[in-house]
Design a protein around this ligand. Sequence first.
Ligand SMILES: [Fe+2]
Ligand SMILES: [Fe+2]
Length: 473
Amino acid sequence: MAIDYKERIPNNVGLADDPTLQRALEHWQPRFLDWWRELGPSTFQGADVYLRTATSVDAKGWATYGTTKMPEYRWGIFLAEPVADRRIGFGEVMGQPAWQQVPGEHRATLRRLIVTQGDTEPASVEQQRLLGLTCPSLYDLRNLFQVNVEEGRHLWAMVYLLHAYFGRDGREEAEELLMRHSGDKNKPRILGTFNEPIQDWLSFYMFTYFTDRDGKYQLKSLAESGFDPLARTCQFMLTEEAHHMFVGDTGITRVIKRTLEVMKELHTEEPDAIRRAGAVDLPTIQRYINFWFSSSLDLFGAEVSSNAAVYFANGIKGRPDETNYEDHVCKDSTFTFETPTADGIASETVTMRNAMNEVTRNAYIRDCEIGVKRWNRLIAKAGFSFELALPSPHFRRNIGVWVGKFADPAGKIVSSEHWNQQLPGWLPSDSDKAFIRSLMQRVIEPGKMAGWIAPPDRGINNLPVDYSYVHLH
Ligand SMILES: [Fe+2]
Ligand SMILES: [Fe+2]
């Protein structure tokens, strides 16, 4: 399953053996490049960037590094190695052979899932297109571009499935993926979070920590799918996605590190004093966490979902890490969760299959907590008592049973007046955003960092931190 780089479209799916499919994708390719030039990273199309490209799909050493201009990046189609005689691992169809073609009865559902996933990939590139203009270092600029080209490749991954398995409908959907745009009033991206502008690097790190991590859980669910090409596609995307979360995790960590240095130097926890010294105060970081975490939670859907039950029962979409569960059929099991009532919170029990969104969301929340714990250890080690926290999953939800309920970030139900009054203190205010924007000054001297962020512990691929990761012309 070597990747063929002599082809116009690098791939390990034997594209050359299917001339019709190859022609269709070669027809889509220039449209993709037009989109990239128009809505990809602004003003950096001619820059030489130190990027990794997939050269094989095995776990070790799949990446090769080199300097390339982004429009010349070798976007291609890479599927994880097939598993011989793979069987579906969950639902009513558990144990049956995985599908190599789309079953007619699941065609519409699978197409919708693939389109929804595919839509998020170019959306994030569009959201981030202006960030390069205010990069805090060349190292960060390179990481941004790495994330961007890989999200572009994830679009290719989904477009391949649409073209190869969904005929004319699939080709039309592939066109549409380039027609909707993030934040476009008339033709927005499908999911809300992917229409939020990302205008500063703190938001970018939050997005790659919280929203790319939602992507990880969606991909893990789809990597269990009975539709084998989808499962193998998502399996490989996960290896790329890990770097995106690394960028978010280390990005937030470096912002906090720099803040703590300033706090120690000045012996203060006073936000204004920290801001005057050009660092981001911890309460502001908390407000950014509140915003991006609550927004990302909605991406998992409603707590109770008959769609999720159907996906699971039919072997279309499993739980992340399905093998870790004991019961893979979930016919009689139940799930209990908290739900709002007129005067507080009660627990509600539903069938497990109906609660699959909530099961996945809970796994995601546990994963998100790992970073927060690490950040709190850094703060404590520096001698300060401030603690960051994920807001309650009941806070500021726009999907599910908590819509229109007034839970504060600690999860306490409060009056609507109190909630509306306090909200500006819970989320980034206009003045927070203006302050963060004022910090966003471009730094492009190799090895130099903006004053609000600490340098990374190490460079990319064993290179030094002061390596010239991007050559601007
Ligand atoms: Fe992605
Ligand atoms: Fe990503």
